[in-house]
Design a binder for this molecule. Structure first.
Ligand code: ASP
Length: 455
């Protein structure tokens, strides 16, 4: 390494040591012609440096400082390294920098500017902290899932468009003229197929793509899910696993947060709607407390949405959700509205952070659901592979998926999902750093058999 220590590391005990630090000039102040004070910054913190005489360093230059650690007379209690400073002996400028398009300390930078200069915006202490916390949460999650014997399996990114859910992103095929892949909205079908393969505890931090508009709690275009599926499991097993996971994350990573409920309340959909007028109740005792986390489960959902769409039922969750056994008798055009399902949603501080269900594992029930939601022959053909696979000894199974960014946003007390994503799209679904979406070369269009009327 080009350094001996990081900028957050040195303490009084290091006094008199010769050290080398690398980082960016965070602040700089000349005292007459005699001395220059600067704070050098890296991911780990800031350290005060004293340079003799005038310096030609400027803010955000990337530099290496060799020098001696000295104990400070005027201790700065606000800085973890405030006991010491470095008397610079040698200053090596790696690279210079013009003044940044905004001041890193400014709290009111407009969103478009932040997104365009995201790699600089990420230098801010809060963004460094959030991305580090995100890393710790995900690391804890992997450790937990491994401990619980889940195996992580990656599923395809180039997959197939299907007639449900949100709008797909489609990708033209070069080899098959006129045909398209779709980016997955979730790995739902693959994870159910993996149950048929015998991987009884699957998980994945799955990239998901949905062509939906942006919201404060939703990134346009893409997001990650903690995707989970279990065989030979009852609904309780899924809820208990996820509950244990979140408790472990709070204990290990978010020790300043407190859980409103050690045991997440399990509430019935009908009762919650009646009592709170929403199926995403905020159960915090103090709604202004950024450190309070109130998780709850919502259960006993109706299988279908209340209103018929074009004379057909629309699944409340999705078409693979199992109706409870006692209500199989309601799977008729007349009565289907009465059927309850094994859906479960996880709610945190008034946001839905995840949902899932016990799945249908019997082909005849799946067919009935397809009919009730008005699938014609062609729609059914889309799912032929599922119906075929379901002939080969399907285990009873169920699962859940949790929106990683949304959960982390709430757990960290942020109000916008962009605060926990390194390179988010803006509200118009553009990546302003690299300028995407963008035009492609005419040859690329030709090779993928695409004609567009936009020049
Ligand atoms: N695939 C579902 C979703 O993305 C979640 C699940 O049922 O596991 O909403």
């Amino acid at each position: 390494m080009l350094r001996t220590h990081t900028c957050g590391e040195l303490r009084k005990a290091h006094a008199n040591e010769k050290v080398v630090l690398c980082g960016w000039v965070d602040t700089i102040r000349a005292v007459g012609n005699k001395l220059t004070f600067l704070d050098l910054r890296d991911r780990y913190g800031k350290t005060q440096i004293i340079i003799k005489g005038k310096s030609d360093l400027k803010l955000e230059y990337c530099v290496q400082i060799k020098g001696k650690v000295v104990a400070r007379k005027n201790i700065n209690p606000k800085m973890p390294t405030g006991d010491i400073e470095i008397q610079a002996e040698k200053v090596n400028i790696f690279t210079k920098s013009p003044s940044l398009p905004f001041n890193l300390g400014d709290k009111n930078i407009d969103e478009e500017t932040r997104m365009k200069w995201r790699y600089l915006d990420l230098r801010k202490e809060n963004m460094q902290k959030n991305l580090y916390q995100r890393h710790k949460i995900i690391k804890t999650l992997h450790e937990f899932m491994d401990k619980e014997k889940f195996i992580e399996i990656s599923t395809p990114i180039l997959t197939k468009s299907s007639p449900e859910g949100a709008r797909d992103f489609i990708v033209p095929s070069r080899i098959h003229p006129g045909k398209f892949y779709a980016l997955p909205q979730s790995p739902q079908q693959y994870k159910q197929l993996l149950m048929i393969s015998g991987f009884d505890k699957y998980y994945q931090i799955a990239p998901c793509f949905r062509d939906e508009d942006a919201r404060a709690d939703r990134s346009p275009g893409e997001f990650y899910q903690l995707d989970v599926e279990m065989s030979f499991a009852e609904q309780n097993d899924i809820l208990n696993t996820i509950e244990k996971l979140f408790i472990e994350i709070v204990e290990k990573v978010l020790s300043n947060k407190k859980l409103t409920f050690e045991k997440f309340p399990r509430l019935k959909y009908d009762e919650v709607i009646k009592k709170y007028g929403t199926d995403k109740p905020d159960l915090r005792k103090n709604k202004n407390d950024r450190n309070e986390l109130a998780f709850c489960w919502i259960l006993d959902f109706p299988l279908f949405e209340e209103k018929l769409e074009n004379g057909h039922y629309a699944p409340k969750h999705h078409m693979f959700t199992m109706p409870i056994e006692e209500h199989w008798k309601f799977l008729t055009k007349k009565d289907a509205g009465k059927a309850k399902s094994y859906q479960h949603d996880l709610v945190l501080n008034g946001y839905e952070i995840g949902g899932g269900s016990i799945r249908i594992h019997k082909a005849e029930i799946q067919e009935k659901i397809f009919d009730l939601i008005g699938f014609d022959k062609e729609d059914k053909k889309y799912f032929e592979h599922m119906l075929t696979a379901f002939k080969y000894g399907v285990p009873p199974h169920g699962g859940i998926a949790l929106g990683i960014e949304r959960a982390i946003m709430i757990m960290l007390g942020e109000k916008n999902i962009r605060e926990v994503v390194a390179f988010p799209k803006n509200k118009a679904a553009q990546d302003l750093v690299i300028d995407a979406p963008s035009k492609v070369k005419p040859l690329q269009l030709k090779e993928t058999h695409i004609k567009t009327d936009k020049k």
